[in-house]
Design a protein around this ligand. Sequence first.
Ligand SMILES: C[C@](O)(CO)[C@H](O)COP(=O)(O)O
Length: 217
Amino acid sequence: MTPFYLVIAAAGAGHRSGRDRPKQFETIAGHSLLTLTLSRFLGHPALAGVVVALAPCQSPPPDFPTDPRIQTCVGGATRAASVINACRALDAPGDACVLVHDAARPFVSHADIDALLAAFEPGRGVYLVAPVADTLRDHDGRTLDRDRIHRVLTPQGAARDALLAALAAPLSATDEVAYLQAAGVACDAVTSDGHNLKITHPGDWALADALARQPGF
Ligand SMILES: C[C@](O)(CO)[C@H](O)COP(=O)(O)O
């Protein structure tokens, strides 16, 4: 199995979560969100190394795992700056596969990680998507064709050097694939077979807590 490296973006403020502190430090099912998400990957046999990008004033949560593969780094003012810092801190070859993942997505499955690794090709990007279930309408009342849209999730990945080059562009995009595509790197979408919920809004906490208490999680 191809070894991969992981960057966890955990430097955000999480203003939409309805909590007083950044959501990655909040607890669900007795564990910090960051530790739950990290633990999901630590159990994967192909994981070679991880860098967690934290905001400058933050320390890892008290239940942060001890594992020789984990490092932390100081995040930047934007997600892209944080991922750049983390990629620089990774002890990985330039052509190594690096997956970038949100700290707020603790439910990514090993099947999805395996599917991304199987799809990874040098010189291309890869990312997880999910179909849209709802009718989508913009604020001007236009209904969007949901068959031409998918939800973009993480992990998203590419070779370490390709990510570093692409993320240096002066964009303000919300995910890594936007930077890769703007840099001319073709990216392949892999459809998730799981839920991979991103805890974002106040209503997400109760569902996440219930899911994290399921046997087998
Ligand atoms: C990267 C992402 O998960 C793709 O859906 C999303 O853009 C992250 O958004 P957030 O505002 O940083 O939670």
